[in-house]
Design a binder for this molecule. Structure first.
Ligand code: B1M
Length: 235
């Protein structure tokens, strides 16, 4: 029939078309299609990290713009997030498969009042892939959750995530509370999230701001190397 929509066969698209189609499918919250496309790209030899950054994060950036401009609303964005998580779930074990020895222990969570967790889940995956052990304490965390977790997990690093301009100041509340308890300097504190920047990280007393998951990994490695050098020098 003339008005019948042609069904798209994902496996017949070339790489570029498939990535474009993934942007559309993420936008439409089509989890099964996203999962199928991730498998296709893996079968074609794409590195998991490339799929994550180019196809999934790239697609979510488009969703973010239309959310900002009032074209998409919360229910649609939730579906897109769900589709993205479907893709991330497939990639997670592959990113963690490097067999690297443990180089440090990190607690990570999104701050109180904030329920965005895709970014910090991505950081978790990348950190695990790089050989860190990570305790992910999820979303909406008050000071007590962070403090309990870093002690219980014997963490080297505390990572905090915030995606809202209204929740990012809470990172300072956590750091100040740790100062009051005399435990601030026991941990490397890294912060991240779309509305933050380097200046903000410094202003609240964090050790570093991490623009993305790859920077978080490099920064964490850097700080762990310094920590080991200080320990070796007995300082
Ligand atoms: Co929300 N939301 N949202 N949202 N949401 C944003 C953040 C927003 C920028 C959208 C927009 O207007 N363009 C806007 C914030 C505006 C502002 O404050 N300046 C916004 C808003 C307003 C809201 C609500 C208030 C909407 C409403 O209810 N009216 C509401 C708030 C709820 C709350 O938290 N209390 C809300 C709700 C939601 C959903 C639930 C629908 C959903 C979240 C689902 C989920 O996470 N499970 C959602 C989503 C998906 C988004 C956008 C579209 C995408 C966020 C995302 O997952 N990005 C987002 C727009 C955008 O950011 N472009 C938006 C992909 C992810 C990989 O990137 O999280 O930045 P990101 O993480 C990166 C880096 O930032 C960094 O590494 C990651 C990987 O590279 N990083 C870290 C992040 N955390 C780190 C921690 C580290 C290190 C690096 O520790 C060491």
């Amino acid at each position: 029939m003339a008005d019948e929509e042609d069904e798209i066969v994902l496996s017949e698209l070339d790489d570029e078309e498939l990535v474009q189609q993934m942007y559309d499918d993420l936008y439409d919250g089509l989890k099964e299609e996203i999962e199928e496309s991730v498998h296709i790209l893996l079968d074609r030899g794409w590195e998991p990290y490339k799929i994550l950054t180019e196809a999934l994060v790239g697609g979510m950036t488009i969703v973010g713009k239309d959310f900002r401009d009032g074209i998409l609303f919360v229910p649609e964005v939730l579906l897109a997030a769900n589709a993205m998580k479907g893709g991330m779930f497939i990639l997670k074990p592959l990113l963690a498969e490097t067999g690297a020895p443990t180089i440090g222990r990190m607690v990570i969570g999104t701050v109180k009042g904030d329920i965005h967790d895709i970014g910090q889940n991505l950081v978790t995956m990348m950190m695990e892939g790089a050989g860190f052990e990570v305790m992910n304490i999820g979303i909406n965390n008050p000071v007590e959750n962070y403090v309990e977790a870093v002690k219980e997990f014997d963490a080297d690093i505390l990572g905090m995530s915030a995606l809202l301009t209204t929740t990012m100041p809470y990172m300072k509340v956590v750091i100040d509370a740790m100062k009051e308890q005399g435990i601030r300097d026991d941990y490397i504190i890294l912060v991240g999230g779309a509305p933050l920047n380097e200046e903000f990280g410094k202003a609240i007393g964090a050790d570093a701001y991490c623009r993305d998951a790859a920077v978080a990994v490099d920064t964490a490695k850097d700080f762990m190397a310094r920590k080991h050098n200080q320990m070796a020098a007995g300082t």
